[in-house]
Design a binder for this molecule. Structure first.
Ligand code: ADP
Length: 697
């Protein structure tokens, strides 16, 4: 292989050198023709001169062509060269009138033409030329000899140019053969080292190819099985028939489900043991028939692993089911006595006035309540996980849901002196269809977390519509929920984990705030059951916003439009809290009234003194933290005789009793329905329309 390569390289060098040398010789030939013209010629004959020149040019062109065009074009050009030579001879005879010279000329030309066809006959050409020259040398004068010498060189050059082209073509062929051999060798190595058994068979089931992996898998040695009609014996009876039908179909129609795809078969070893295998059969055309190459892999161990995995999965699922059942049963069993504890504690509370005992009983009730909420979470979680939780589909008003959540979380917000605000987008229909209990549970989970992780500021809960949601079906819509707080926030890396069950943002959370790490996991699963998603955006130290979107149905129970008795009333809204003021303004507007905002009691008093515009009522938001400035200003406000509506948490409400007596006291967190009722109950005259005004302090 190496020696052949070296020989080829040497020969290629030789050919390349000839390709340089030959055009030079051609050039010399042309120069000699010219020289011959300036020396005293035998008989100056212009046609002869022209044809000599044409011969030289033809050889140069030929030398160039050797590099550029296929060999058959070179032959054509060579033939043209020979025709030029014939014309040359005829001209010469016409010029000298000596027919004996024609014989010599024709010999030279025949030699050239022959040299064009068989490359190694360049020697013949040269020999014929020499012979012609010798004949001429016998009785011709020197100028004629020079003329024939020149012609001889020309003919030899022509023949050698063509020979070189033939040699080149030959070497090209040798190179192609070598490449083919190398590629076959590479292919054989790939097949020999393949991890699949590679088997080639013909249409009569005779084995034509058998690689080492096939030897290993089937136990047949290559020399035993090659050229034997044993292909069918490599498959189990069922697959044998399929394969035979597959081949028959393929040969008849050119298609078969057995070929060109991965299929599972049962293969048989030399000893008759069956094993599971994955196989791809590929038809390859060979002449006017086909051979089939199969790639086959023993998948026994993989199948065993898959079986084991399936068994393990079944066992795990069974275990999970047992666990879920256990949890459900246990939770249920614990809840029954716990309810007993609740009942007894309530009874004991009703029957004792002893403060110390009441304190103990209240603590016992709080502990039982927290245990109950943990149990409920665990029960819910195990039910959802086991796929046993079914959602209701009933009509509900989203405003009722938010009001219910505010009722539940209001006390905790008051205890922590946090503003708790619940808003429902006024564009939301009054009748939605879904599971209000579970929606409430999601909002309570998020709201309770928000209150738990917030020390000061506010928690705002919102249900809304997003106009970006395109609804093709008017009977359903996407309901968006947001719970925003101004609490401790969550690190970006913790944000991804908190929705996992039993996971808290960091290990100190349990110590500081308690909790099981189940609330968000349950919320996420409930949202998923409602075909929605939930996520969080948070900045540590600034607060978090949990958002979810769920699909709900839209009911078609249109609420009758009742006349609004409060429509057009001018309400002076006094609130120090920006979010609270915005909420009140929107709520007042939703009730059909005109809000006029005053950020402080002092600015409200200023407005009242001017009494422009005249107000129909004053709505004062008493802050949970320190309501003293507002409380101090209520008295003069009240004395003006304008109805006073006070919004206060229960702690602040008890302080009110000793001072002013407002027309109406609304409980915090504010529910729009309660405000609407309070406004509707106000006495009022024909109102003027006013826009919202904000009065500076
Ligand atoms: P739990 O509150 O019972 O620990 P959750 O699943 O409700 O369990 O919450 C998981 C964790 O996510 C919490 O322990 C807390 O670290 C973090 N988290 C949830 N809500 C908030 C929030 N509003 N602000 C800060 N951290 C929160």
């Amino acid at each position: 292989m190496e020696a052949t390569g070296t020989r080829r390289r040497v020969a290629e060098h030789a050919v390349a050198s000839l390709e340089v040398v030959l055009p030079c010789v051609s050039g010399i030939y042309g120069a000699l023709v010219l020289l011959y013209l300036v020396a005293p010629p035998l008989t100056p004959a212009w046609p002869y001169v022209v044809s000599s020149f044409a011969g030289a040019v033809a050889q140069l062109v030929l030398a160039w062509c050797v590099h550029r065009v296929p060999i058959r074009f070179i032959h054509i050009i060579g033939l043209l060269g020979a025709l030029v030579g014939v014309a040359h001879a005829l001209c010469f005879v016409a010029g000298t009138g000596d027919p004996s010279q024609t014989v010599v000329l024709v010999m030279v030309l025949l030699g050239s033409a022959f040299g064009m066809l068989v490359y190694w006959t360049a020697l013949v050409t040269v020999g014929t030329g020499l012979l012609a020259w010798a004949i001429l040398a016998w009785d011709f004068p020197a100028p004629a000899l020079a003329h024939w010498g020149v012609n001889l060189v020309g003919a030899a050059t022509l023949a050698m140019v063509i020979s070189t082209a033939r040699i080149r073509a030959l070497w090209r062929q040798i190179a192609l053969d070598e490449e083919l051999r190398a590629s076959e060798e590479r292919h054989r190595q790939v097949v020999d080292t393949a991890l699949d058994a590679v088997i080639t068979v013909d249409t009569d089931n005779v084995i034509l190819g058998w690689n080492p992996e096939a030897e290993r898998v089937f136990g047949w040695r290559r020399d035993e099985i090659l050229h034997q009609p044993l292909a069918l014996s490599l498959l189990a009876p069922g697959d044998r028939t399929n394969y035979a039908h597959g081949v028959r179909d393929f040969l008849a129609t050119g298609e078969s489900p057995f070929f060109n795809r991965l299929i599972e078969v049962t293969a048989v070893t030399r000893e008759g043991c069956e094993f599971a295998a994955e196989m791809t059969m590929v038809p390859i055309r060979r002449g006017d028939t086909f051979v089939f190459t199969g790639f086959l892999r023993d998948i026994t161990s993989r199948k065993r692993a898959a079986d084991e995995l399936r068994l393990a999965k079944d066992a795990a699922e069974e275990g999970a089911q047992v666990k879920a059942d256990f949890l459900a049963t246990m939770s249920h069993e614990i809840r029954t006595p716990l309810n007993g504890i609740f009942g007894m504690t309530e009874l004991a509370l009703d029957t004792t006035d002893d403060d110390e005992r009441r304190e103990f009983l209240l603590r016992a009730r709080a502990c039982a309540s927290s245990l109950m909420s943990i149990l409920n979470d665990v029960l819910d979680f195990s039910r959802i996980d086991a796929g046993h939780l079914d959602l209701e589909r009933i009509e509900f008003d989203p405003r009722d849901v938010v009001d219910g959540v505010l009722d539940t979380l209001g006390l905790e917000a008051e205890r922590k002196t946090l503003e708790l605000i619940g808003r429902v987008d006024e564009r939301l229909p009054t009748t939605l269809i879904g599971d209000p209990g579970r929606l409430r549970q999601i909002l309570i989970n998020l709201g309770a977390n928000a209150l738990k992780f917030t020390e000061r500021g506010e928690v705002v809960m919102r249900l809304s519509l997003d106009s970006a949601d395109e609804e093709s079906d008017p009977s359903s819509m996407v309901l968006h929920g947001h719970v925003r707080d101004t609490g401790i926030g969550i690190n970006p890396e913790q944000q991804g984990r908190i929705f996992e069950s039993f996971t808290q943002a960091d290990s100190s959370t349990t110590r500081r705030f308690g909790g099981t790490g189940l609330g968000l996991a349950i919320s996420q699963r409930l949202v998923a059951l409602m075909h929605g998603t939930i996520g969080v955006q948070s900045t540590p130290g600034c607060g978090s916003t949990f958002s979810f979107a769920v699909r709900v149905g839209v009911g078609n129970t249109a609420m009758p439009m009742l006349p609004n008795p409060a429509a057009g009333l001018r309400i002076l809204v006094v609130s120090r809290n920006a979010t609270g003021a915005a909420h009140l303004e929107r709520s007042v507007r939703e009730c059909g009234c005109v809000p006029i905002l005053a950020p402080t009691p002092a600015s409200a008093a200023l407005l009242l003194r001017r009494n422009t515009p005249p107000f129909d009522a004053i709505l004062v938001d008493l802050p949970a933290g320190n309501p003293t400035p507002e409380l101090g200003s209520l008295d003069p406000l009240e004395r003006r005789g304008i109805p006073l509506i006070v919004l206060a948490s229960s702690g602040v409400r008890s302080r009110l009793q000793h001072g002013v007596r407002p027309t109406t006291v609304l409980a915090k967190p504010l529910k729009t329905r309660a405000l609407s009722a309070a406004l509707a109950a106000l006495p009022h005259e024909a109102p003027q329309r006013l826009d919202t005004m904000r009065i500076g302090a």
